[in-house]
Design a protein around this ligand. Structure first.
Ligand SMILES: O=c1ccn([C@@H]2O[C@H](COP(=O)(O)O)[C@@H](O)[C@H]2O)c(=O)[nH]1
Length: 281
């Protein structure tokens, strides 16, 4: 079996070199209109190409939101393939935000689609949902290890509705979100400089110091910008784990397009605010 440098190590290196910002590629119909593009495959392609051109040589991570490509069917998926391949070729790590989750045998097929090294949509990491039971993700964990890829497991999501599931308390007294974090800590045990199995933890959630965020893996933090959180919130939410946070901004940056310079300037402002917040925290 070929062995590849693990995602966690590649991510740590990229964060050290470029800073931790992750820019989302979310071609909302409303953004296509604001950019003067049609809500069609040509508009989708122009949008995603522009974001890749503006960002892939400077930010650590790009996160395409698969849903916005899937809505155009097979032609949208072809655009997504190109987007992933061009972003990776230009030096960004790609986290595919597809939030896949199913029973183990079907999960294995999802893993093949995104984590098999020669798959057309191969990505450096994939977001997955553990809400069919953490163990249902095991085919993805296995294939990610084999391919040097990573996973981001939904633990404490940024949306207000997430709490009814993720804060539910189990018979052992631990809540569901904390249980997912504990699984990830076990997955990453002993890995250096950083494990490859991350959690999605919203930047919108307030103080999470009672949760075990020290999973020795990355914490993908959506919610900054359009959902109301700011870079200055990060230390208060993540405490000492802030060093492992990959803050995601999608609409907050994308609304400055289609001008490449304006997109870059916006991402640089977020990156600077994140640097300052992490240094102060
Ligand atoms: O808990 C979660 C998990 C994923 N997301 C995704 O992140 C981006 C956020 O976009 P913004 O425009 O910056 O609000 C989007 O793709 C979500 O599906 C999340 O928001 N929260």
């Amino acid at each position: 079996m070929t062995s590849y440098e693990p995602f966690g190590a590649r991510l740590r290196h990229a964060m050290d070199e470029r800073g931790p910002l992750c820019v989302g590629i979310d071609p909302h119909a409303s953004l296509l209109a604001e950019w003067g593009l049609n809500d069609d495959v040509a508009g989708l392609e122009r949008f995603s190409r522009t974001v890749v051109e503006a960002m892939a040589d400077r930010v650590a991570v790009l996160k395409p939101q698969s849903a916005f490509f899937e809505r155009f069917g097979s032609r949208g998926l072809a655009v997504l393939e190109t987007c992933v391949q061009e972003a990776r070729a230009a030096g960004a790590l790609v986290v595919m935000d597809a939030k896949r989750g199913d029973i183990g045998s079907t999960m294995a097929a999802y893993a093949e689609a995104f984590l098999r090294k020669d798959a057309p949509l191969f990505s450096d990491a994939l977001t997955v949902s553990p809400y069919l039971g953490y163990g249902s993700l095991s085919p993805a964990v296995t294939l990610a290890r084999e391919s040097g890829a990573g996973l981001f497991v939904l633990a404490l999501t940024s949306n207000p509705e997430g709490g009814e599931v993720q804060h539910a308390v189990r018979a052992d007294g631990r809540n569901v979100g904390a249980t997912m974090l504990a699984h990830l800590a076990a997955e990453n045990a002993g890995e250096e400089p950083l494990g490859s199995f991350g959690a999605v933890v919203g930047a919108t959630l307030g103080d999470l110091s009672s949760y075990g965020l020290d999973i020795n893996g990355p914490l993908l933090a959506p919610g900054i910008g359009a959902q109301g959180a700011t870079p200055a919130d990060l230390p208060g939410v993540f405490g000492a784990a802030v060093r492992n946070v990959v803050p995601n901004v999608s609409r907050g940056v994308l609304r400055h397009g289609p001008d490449v310079g304006a997109l870059r300037a916006s991402a640089e402002r977020f990156a600077e605010e994140i640097r300052a917040a992490v240094a102060a925290g």
